[in-house]
Design a protein around this ligand. Structure first.
Ligand code: BDP
Length: 330
């Protein structure tokens, strides 16, 4: 950037050159980034560090800003905005992407990952690359995978210990048909709904419960209105830092390397911050009086998922080989 004060002091000839430079600066990319979370959340801090790093390392050829708290639209809107290039980058949970990229649904099959570490090993290997390639065909370039821990059910009424406890209860799920099937297979009812609407819906009884990881349960304040958290850990979902393929293709090869590296480094930061926040959020909600239970026997939950897998394989034959690849990773 050429500062005005400097321009005023320089001679005519230099001013022409300076103006030319300023024109080329104005052609630099100004990226808009979508984020659902609030300031201070691990995703937010890492995503902001990503774009700051990109700006510094590209000498401002790519600059940008993260719009937090889903102010640019809900998650489904943001996926479309990224596809058409109305925004240039975003941080998403892979759950809702399954509705657009069928292969991505593999991570939404309940209990598919053995642990968060297993999810990372899978996503950092060939399966992660395969999912990135599938997403790229739909205009979304995934650069790195963030952590979002394991999701468990919480509700306003009682501890859940067995699938029969979901009987007659209504749970909010993210926007993906697979999650509706998942809750129904456990005997409950499911309503897809935007994240921002859950708090009020829990409060007014539109839904009896929802499901999420500790940090989101805490940061959304859902724990204030739904005080029973049951550790089902039925979904371990990766998240991604993604850029629109359009914006990516406009980068020089060197800048692509810089952007990718910045995303990878931000993922390292995010995973570290996530581990800390997972612990502190859990401590905070438990100290507030949330009733928490572990599930002594997860087998009935896992067995009930057979129909979910069968339907998913029927609807989408590409899932089966992906499931086998995931299961073959230790
Ligand atoms: C959070 C994810 C966020 C999802 C949200 C949800 O980080 O991307 O949108 O859950 O349940 O854990 O909608």
């Amino acid at each position: 950037m050429i500062k005005k004060t400097v321009i005023q002091k320089v001679s005519g000839a230099i001013l022409v050159a300076a103006t030319a430079a300023a024109v080329s600066t104005s052609a630099n990319a100004e990226w808009k980034g979508w984020n659902i979370h609030n300031p201070g959340y691990p995703v937010t801090t890492a995503l902001e560090s990503f774009i700051d790093d990109v700006e510094a390392k590209t000498d401002g050829r790519v600059a940008g800003r993260v719009y937090n708290g889903a102010v640019l639209g809900n998650q489904a809107d943001s996926i479309q905005m990224l596809q058409i290039g109305a925004i240039q980058f975003a941080e998403f949970n892979l759950g809702p992407i399954g509705a657009i990229v069928p292969e991505a649904n593999v991570v939404s099959l309940p209990f598919i990952f053995k642990s968060v570490d297993h999810m990372h090993r899978v996503m950092d290997g060939p399966v992660g690359d395969e999912l990135s390639a599938a997403m790229e065909k739909h205009g979304i370039k995934s650069l790195a995978w963030y952590d979002s821990g394991a999701r468990s059910f919480y509700n306003t009424e009682k501890p859940i210990e067995a699938p029969s406890d979901l009987d007659g209860m209504k749970f909010r799920v993210m926007n993906n048909e697979l999650y509706v099937g998942m809750v129904e297979a456990l005997g409950g009812n499911a309503t897809p709904m935007a994240y921002a609407e859950i708090y009020q819906s829990l409060k007014t009884g539109v839904v009896d419960g929802a499901e999420n990881n500790w940090p989101s349960y805490e940061s959304s304040n859902h724990f204030e209105v739904a005080g029973y958290y049951s550790l089902t850990e039925h979904l371990i979902l990766p998240e991604c830092v993604c850029v629109s393929v359009g914006a990516w293709n406009q980068l020089s090869a060197d800048d692509q390397v810089i952007v990718k590296k910045a995303a990878r480094e931000s993922a390292e930061l995010q995973r570290k911050l996530w581990a800390e926040r997972d612990k502190s959020s859990r401590e905070k909600v438990l100290a507030s009086g949330v009733v928490f239970n572990e599930i002594s026997n997860k087998a009935p939950f896992q067995n009930a998922m057979k129909v979910v897998y069968e339907k998913a394989f029927q609807d989408n034959p590409t899932l089966k080989p992906l499931v086998e690849k995931i299961q073959s990773v230790d």
